[in-house]
Design a protein around this ligand. Sequence first.
Ligand code: MRU
Length: 359
Amino acid sequence: MTRLPFPFPVVQWQDEQVVLIDQTLLPQQLAYRCCGDIPTLCTAIRELAVRGAPAIGVAAAYGLAMSWRAHSGAAGNLNEILGGFRTDFAALAATRPTAVNLFWALERIGGLAESLVDGGADPSTVAAALLQEADTILAEDIAMCRALGRAGAELLPEEATVLTHCNAGGLATGGYGTAIGVIYAAREMGKKIHVYADETRPLLQGARLTAWELADQGMDVTLLCDSAAASVLRRGKIDAVITGADRIAANGDSANKIGTYPLAVLARRHQVPFYIAAPISTFDPATAHGDDIEIEERASDEVACCHGLRTAPVGIAAYNPAFDVTPAELITAIITDLGVMRPPYTDSLEAWASAGESK
Ligand code: MRU
């Protein structure tokens, strides 16, 4: 097995291109997908070649930096550059609706470009500043995940078994991970952690990605089909359930991969703590309530087929929401880069957001 450098090189800037670990090919193949233009990058995001809320944000940040460079190389005047840049911004924003990190990163790079242009900066100065900002977003993501990982690891006993869903690991972020970042940090503290990873139907991020990256890192991991989680919790095998999030509303309601909400219900039923782990880029203060979060619906074939093989009758209707919302009342704590937030979340999340703004 190839051992990846850690933090994982999930998104890289190389030769004027955004280079991604192609997560559609794992675990069979570790290969990189080069995105040299915005349509190619948009396809990579839609196909989940790069996926996981923070990683999508980092990829989009580099994408916009690439867009500016391409337009400023080709176009004669500033209006033409800005026109092309804004079109690319809109194309990236239309790729996936739920993970707020995408919009957070686009606003950060797009806002910087607009303010530099307003201040009279020339195109090459803007190009350098946008690339530097994308580098900063990547570095900050790794630092925030390390910080939240440490905060979360403190919650775990010296020996613990943790259940997780989907992939909120290095592969889903700038390279360190949120829910799985907690596991890596616990290991760094010398704790002995066993992870149960839900396979995560329909696209199997748990089986293909979480199991792969934990095994790659030499961690103790056992794969479960999603429907086995209830029995494992009932048998008292789990000390904590930890997942990531794609968007956290102002009241603490959290959207994450479909199948997260039932885990939170099960955790409550069996009196096991249920934690969400996320960096500030996942918090959406503009969305008051989880019901207001747009949930991506994906192609029905993702449910009706498995690995390209049809597993349901041709023509059958299949419903495929990619995410669900866990109400704040079921979340024991939200593990963030500023520490562990307990309910009621409204005030603590606001303080977290202001700290993020003043950075
Ligand atoms: O559809 P995906 O694979 O992008 O969904 C990813 C998740 O739901 C993750 O749990 C979430 O983005 C948090 S990643 C740190």
